[in-house]
Structure formats: C-alpha cells, structure tokens
Design a protein around this ligand. Structure first.
Ligand code: GLN
Length: 538
C-alpha cells in the first residue's frame, strides 16, 4: 500500500495532549495490522532536548540508537511497543543545521538560501522519511509541537500545506483544539476552536479531522456547530474528554470512530492483520490491560526521591511504576520527595509510610546529599530501593562512606579532587568538550550474574540490553572491596567491563542500575525490574 501521512497539529493552548492523541492514532492503526511509525517535529532551536533542563521541557527520552528526544516519543513507544529512532525526533535546530552544513559545503551552487524553499524542503524530506525509504510503512504519523500561530512553527505548517497538495488523498490533517467551559456562564465555548481553525486555514491548511479536548461532555449540537463553522464533516469532529487514565484514550477515540474517519479520508478501508468485530480491531489485549487497571485498586505507596517536582520530569519512571503496579494488581501512588529537603534528622519522617523508594537520575550537585541520606536510611532499614543512573551512583557513594569507611567518597562529577572517586568519569569522556549528544547514549549489552535478584527479575536471562545516558561510571578499582562487604556488581558490560547493576543480596530489594530501564516499559510489556521492585514493595 502507498504510505499515508497523518499530520497532527494543536491549537488554542499547549499541553492538550497531542502526544497522547498521536500515540492513540498509532495504536489504533497498528491494531488493525498496519505498519506505522510516529515522529515528532519540535519548533525550538536546540538540536535536541538533551541539553534542556527538565523544568523547560520535561524528561529527556532516549531511543535505543542513542538519540536524546522529546518525552512524547516515550508515549509513542509505550502505546505501540514500536521502537523509535533518531529519525523520529526532529527540531528546527536540526533542520537548520543540515541546511547550513550543506550551504557551507557549497551544495546549493550559489543560490540564496531561504526559509522557503530550502528550510521547508528539508522539513518535507524529513516528514516523508526520505532517509528511511526501505521502511515500507503504511502510515507515518507526524506530530508538530507548539501551537498554531506561533511564529516558529510557521515553516512546519508551510511544509504540511505543500505536502497536502502533493500527496492528495495520502495526507490527512488532524487538528487538536480546546473547548473551555465557562463556569459563570455555565457554557462550553467553541470560539477558540473556530479561531484556531481559521488560523490554520489562513496558512492554507484545511483540517480533515478535529479532536476537541474538553473537561465536559460535548453534545451533538455543539459538535455540529464546530463542524459547520470549520468545514469539517460531523463524524470527523471527535471529542477527547478527560479520562481517568491516558490509556483509556485510544479506546475512547475508537468508540467515536477516529480511526475509521482517518481510513475513510485516505480511502483505505482495509483492515490488515487486525481482526474485526469481536476483538474490536485487534484491541483485545489493550482491553484486557484496561480491565486489569480498573481492578487494581489496592494501593502501594512509592517515594520518588529527586529534585524536579513537576510531573513530566520523571515521566517514564512514573509510567513504569504505574504499569508494573497494574500488572501486580495494585494501584501505584507516587509521592514526590524533594531530595534537597532530606537530611539525617528528618529522613525517617520523610520516608515514613512508603513501601519503597526510587532514587532518581540527574545531573549536578543540587539535591545529591539528600539522595545519599535516603539511600542510607533505606539500606539500613531494609526498605526496597531502586536507584537509577545518578540514583545508583548515590547508592554506591553512600555504601563507600558508611560501610567501606571512606568518608570523602564521591563522584568525580561533584568533586573532581576527592581521593575516593568511587564514581569516576568514563575514559572515553575525558577528551569531550561539547556537551550536546556526547554522553554514553542508547542501548548497550549487560551480562547478568546467575543467581542475582536482577537475573531472577529478568526471567533468568543472561544477556540483556538497556538504554543509557551518562558520563560517569562505577570505578572498577573498588569493585573487590564492594563485593567483599556485600554490595555486588551483578550486571557487567561484556565489552568494557563497565558496572551496570549493583545489588545487596542480603536486603529485600536494594538494586541500582547505571542504565535507564524506564525507557523500555510498554503498556503490554511492563519492565521486569519495575515488576520485581513493585512485587518487593507489596
Ligand atoms: N550525572 C550522572 C552521569 O553523567 C548520571 C546521569 C543520569 O542520571 N542520567 O553519569
């Protein structure tokens, strides 16, 4: 089948959940047996979000091939189980860099380089995935970040306009807007949606499908009003009410026929591998998951010890905990604990009532002493503890200070002059001066020690692969000392001997990973380490 292109844009306000809608469209088409991918185009000028503070843009999601990307790629992977790559996350910065590099090489043969056509051509090339021609996809879903009307997203809109023209039936535009409820008037207002669609039309794009985000149910009269003001068929105006869980969204979209509408628009009525009627188009396993989610009401309380209070900063960790909870028949309630506020005197109180804690990843000095205090408390009180990346490094430092007796033990990241650099800069990192995209990134192998808790958790597999994002590592000079005193290095990279997992076998569950397992959890396949951690917490 010829590849079809679905463009997802957003209007009125940001944070409407375009990523969830894009992921839901992907899920529904995948369930029907189509081969799909979902990509994100972000209008900011950073080459990638790797150098962004989580307060700016939430978590940085890492692909298997080592690209630092937008957190929406996490939704795409969790919903569909399909791995994304560096071709799925594009920014204005990357587009400009490609064009400018080409200009410097002289490829444009004396031409004046302009936003139209040179920047828009490069955007189109990426939207069409021309570097990935052998993928043989049925659908490419492209989500454009930002809100219609932003100056910086204009070249992306122009690219979509041109593609719609050249692709004809093979392109579909889905526009997501907001219908606010005004309490004083007791009314739902469609005007912002009308304006947003007008703005899109003024750029030459007529949306095919409108998804209205709303906190209250929209009746048919309101949908009809939107349809007629915006030149969109009534059955192509769907509403996305707030749901108890984001994982209900695909089913809600399917109920209103969003996938049908897309297929109709691009004149594809097929239903490839996905079965029909009785399993609602290949969604049986998804429904089974939702049923499990509904039944999981008994709560387990987990503490997230980190320095970023906002929801999106540890998105994949939160979702991994939720998913592992559901598969263990419990509802995970996550409590954020600001590590900057944890000291020896209050740690017992701060962590009281928690069944287990996660020590979060991160960079830099701020909040690390609190993480170390938390690690000591949970180790000495045998509370299940899961340290991820910087979290693992803090477990290692705490153990050195308290058990090995090296009071000045530290990471070279925080104290380059410490005598006991139990966490040290990786050799290959020493010559690096540029910060963007230069960490140890992406999937690497790890060999598990037979008999360890980690090995049990992974179903007794020996060789696993997990994703990384770090510059510092466990200093192998101290390995024997650690092992002699009870902290074992149970996961090792077979090529570099880098320590990937530490655990204290005599504790109920005290494991730290240098890698980031949270990136690999999906709705239908929760991550084995999170599964095992939640089990211990219960
Ligand atoms: N800052 C640490 C390092 O670079 C940990 C990074 C992380 O937690 N992702 O090694």
């Amino acid at each position: 089948m010829t590849t079809k292109y679905i463009f997802v844009t957003g209007g009125v306000v940001s944070s409407l959940g375009k990523g969830i809608i894009s992921a839901s469209i992907g899920k529904l088409l995948q369930a029907r047996g189509y081969k799909i991918t979902i990509q994100k185009f972000d209008p900011y000028i950073n080459i990638d979000p790797g150098t962004l503070n989580p307060y700016e843009h939430g978590e940085c999601y890492v692909t298997e091939d080592g690209m630092e990307t937008d957190l929406d790629l996490g939704h795409y992977e969790r919903f569909t189980g399909i791995r994304t790559t560096r071709h799925n996350s594009i920014t204005t910065g990357r587009i400009y860099k490609t064009v400018i590099d080409r200009e410097r090489r002289g490829d444009y043969l004396g031409k004046t380089i302009q936003v139209v056509p040179h920047i828009t051509d490069e955007i189109k090339r990426r939207m069409l995935r021309e570097d990935e021609k052998d993928e043989d996809l049925d659908f490419v879903i492209t989500e454009v970040g930002g809100t219609i009307g932003d100056i910086e997203s204009a070249p992306f809109m122009e690219a979509i306009r041109q593609l719609r023209w050249s692709l004809g039936r093979n392109a579909v535009c889905v526009h997501l807007t907001y219908v606010p409820y005004l309490k004083a008037a007791d009314e739902l207002k469609t005007k912002p949606t009308q304006h947003s669609v007008k703005e899109l039309q003024s750029m030459g794009i007529q949306p095919d499908i409108l998804v209205l985000r709303t906190e209250r149910h929209l009746d048919d009269a309101l949908r009809l009003k939107v349809a007629s003001f915006c030149n969109v068929d009534l059955e192509c105006v769907v509403q996305s009410e707030d749901m108890a869980s984001i994982y209900e969204v695909p089913v809600n979209m399917q109920r209103q026929g969003l996938d049908e509408a897309i297929l109709r628009k691009c004149q594809t009525t097929g239903n490839l591998g996905g079965k029909t009627a009785e399993d609602t188009h290949g969604m049986a396993s998804w429904h089974a998951f939702l049923e499990k989610q509904r039944c999981a009401t008994r709560e387990v309380h987990i503490g997230l010890v980190g320095k970023y209070g906002l929801q999106d900063a540890y998105k994949s960790i939160r979702e991994s905990l939720n998913l592992a909870g559901i598969y263990n028949d419990v509802k995970t309630t996550i409590h954020f604990i600001n590590s900057e506020e944890i000291i020896k005197e209050n740690v017992a109180k701060e962590l009281s009532g928690l069944a287990g804690i996660i020590i979060c990843p991160g960079f830099g000095q701020r909040g690390i002493e609190g993480k170390i205090v938390a690690a000591e408390y949970t180790r000495t009180h045998d509370v299940p503890t899961f340290g991820i990346c910087l979290g693992m490094q803090m477990m290692v430092i705490e153990f050195a200070r308290d058990v090995l007796g090296y009071k000045d033990a530290h990471s070279a990241e925080m104290n380059p002059n410490t005598l006991h650099n139990v966490i040290d800069l990786m050799e290959e990192q020493k010559s690096i001066t540029e910060m963007g995209g230069t960490m140890r990134l992406g999937a690497y192998e790890c060999e598990l020690e037979v008999g360890s808790k980690a090995w049990e958790a992974y179903g007794k597999e020996i060789l696993i692969q997990e994703r990384h994002r770090h510059r510092f590592e466990f200093n192998n000079k101290y390995k024997e000392e650690y092992e002699a005193r009870g902290m074992k290095c149970v996961g090792i990279n077979p090529d570099t001997r880098l320590v990937e997992i530490v655990e204290i076998p005599e504790k109920r569950w005290y494991i730290g990973t240098q890698f980031h397992p949270e990136y690999a959890s999906t709705v239908l396949k929760p991550h084995p380490l999170f599964m095992s951690f939640i089990k211990a917490c219960i």
